[in-house]
Design a protein around this ligand. Structure first.
Ligand SMILES: NC(=O)c1ccc[n+]([C@@H]2O[C@H](COP(=O)([O-])OP(=O)(O)OC[C@H]3O[C@@H](n4cnc5c(N)ncnc54)[C@H](O)[C@@H]3O)[C@@H](O)[C@H]2O)c1
Length: 465
């Protein structure tokens, strides 16, 4: 099928939906993607039922408690539940029978060998096949390797006691945690991989109120668009981190280099930030999944192997820098700002903070950590051995031998540096996100190390400021 591109001009997303104008939609998997997408589809007028096999999560949602932090989501969930367009259940059978379009938005974690674990997708697909009693459009929204749609179609046909007619669609999701609601309602593009015009028509209808370029392709191409997009973004990050390493060796400033590059419209400045490397629930697993499926298909995607290697090195170089400046880590108190893998989320999956904390603990340091939103999830994941979770950035640095900045929350950019300097036992700052100007930090009396930029060689004791 030839890709078709059109620009949509529908009602604005904030316009009040017409009652009963929408479709009946089910979401299997009520996580970051399922809950946001399901809620937004309800917001634009559809009747949505979100399913999850995690009973605790569904119980919480039924009581109005949102199981993750995502700006703007809580109010939107409450509004759409109140107005009768959004429900939650653990009963997949009921949800499937009650819907015309079923989205699969389950997790696709990495396997130890780097391949994508598709067992949750397979399980959801089988459950749909065994339950459906009439025509259904089955839409894969989870991020999956190319050719997964073919397997989904086969599975639907094999486990199909009622002889139901299924249309399979790939509809990858590009939302970013931290701005997920806005990203869903005002996306750069909507990508839909379809096997026939009937499915394309239905997908166009359900997205009608959202103004965005609508790209219809075959299923394999849609699946590849998602993997290719994430891999390209990760490549930009690793490129910036490789540049940072060269800048440190050559005595240049990576911020100036990437600024100069980014002004070129063909390059652009987004995702050219040097730092401690990418983490999170998507990039690491999507890059390794893409490498593996390419390998299976007979192509060695070496550029992506380098992207992974540079990312791991960026993190290790940061830890080495920290150990070098601390000299002896054992017995030191380290303040750590930022636990989530990026700002405006509480997601801790593959967060760089985990690697840093584990290494510091293994070396005998004590950590005092603060994050505006991820403390609860971090506590669940990392426990309390040699780490305390404190109320604010100032409590973290009180008496600390060093401050390590791992996540670039706005709150950190706006701290009172003079107070930080006074509170610290030793004014040593290791900034993994280049939040501050090195010259200004030197003037404030800090011994300041960042990524790919010149550093000063001595700080000033607090009482001499
Ligand atoms: N998180 C993101 O920013 C993002 C962005 C774009 C795409 N994606 C992709 O979307 C997919 C979902 O990601 P997520 O972050 O929402 O994951 P998540 O772990 O937050 O949510 C997945 C949910 O699916 C549920 N689940 C799994 N199998 C189930 C089944 N058989 N029946 C019912 N529920 C089931 C789990 O209990 C969980 O609540 C992944 O493939 C991911 O790569 C994620």
């Amino acid at each position: 099928m030839k890709p078709t591109k059109t620009s949509r001009r529908g009602e604005g997303p904030s316009r009040r939906p017409k009652p009963n104008a929408g479709k009946r939609i089910a979401f299997i998997g009520t996580g970051y993607v399922g809950l946001v997408s399901g809620t937004c589809f309800a917001h634009i007028g559809h009747t949505v039922i979100c399913v999850d096999h995690n009973e605790k999560k569904i119980r919480a949602l039924k009581r109005g408690i949102i199981p993750m932090y995502e700006p703007g989501l809580e109010a939107l969930v409450h509004k759409n539940v109140r107005e009768g367009r959004l429900r939650f259940t653990t009963d997949l059978k009921h949800a499937v029978r009650d819907s015309d379009i079923i989205f699969i938005a389950v997790n696709t974690p990495p396997r130890p060998d780097g391949k994508t674990d598709l067992s949750y997708v397979a399980e959801a697909t089988r459950d749909i096949a065994e339950t459906a009693d009439g025509h259904k459009v089955v839409v894969d929204k989870s991020t999956v390797p190319v050719q997964t749609g073919i397997k989904v179609k086969e599975t639907l046909n094999i486990y199909n006691p009622h002889g139901v007619d299924f249309d399979v669609v790939s509809n990858p999701e590009f939302l970013r945690e931290g701005s997920a609601v806005q990203d869903f309602l005002k996306p750069d593009r909507i990508v839909v991989g379809v096997e026939n015009e009937r499915a394309e028509k239905i997908m166009r209808e359900i997205y009608k109120p959202i103004r965005a370029p609508f790209i219809a392709t075959d299923i394999n191409s849609a699946e590849l668009i998602k993997h290719a997009s994430n891999s390209f973004l990760a490549t930009k990050i690793s490129f910036a981190n490789a540049l940072a390493a060269i800048c440190e060796l050559a005595g240049a400033d990576v911020e100036q280099v990437t600024y100069g590059m980014g002004l070129d419209k063909r390059i652009g400045s987004a995702f050219l930030n040097a730092g401690i490397g990418y983490g999170g629930s998507c990039f690491p697993k999507d890059i390794s999944g893409f490498i593996k499926i390419a390998e299976e298909l007979g192509y060695d995607f070496h550029i992506l192997k380098d992207v992974e290697r540079i990312n791991a090195e960026a993190r290790q170089r940061f830890i080495k820098k920290l150990e070098d400046v601390l000299w002896v880590t054992k017995g030191k108190v380290i303040a750590l700002w930022g636990l989530a893998f990026k700002p405006k989320t509480d997601d801790m999956r593959s967060a760089p903070s985990i690697t840093v904390i584990e290494r510091l603990r293994a070396e005998g340091a004590t950590i005092r950590a603060y994050d505006p939103k991820a403390m609860e999830k971090a506590k669940e994941m990392l426990g309390t051995d040699r780490i305390t979770y404190v109320e604010n950035p100032y409590a973290a640095v009180d008496g600390a031998d060093a401050l390590v900045i791992v996540t670039e929350w706005d709150e950190f950019k706006n701290v009172r540096l003079k107070k930080i300097h006074t509170l610290m036992r030793h004014p040593l700052v290791l900034d993994g996100r280049n939040l501050f100007d090195p010259h200004m930090m030197e003037q404030q009396g800090f011994l300041y190390h960042s990524i790919g930029r010149p550093h000063n060689t001595h700080g000033r004791a607090a009482n001499s400021v």
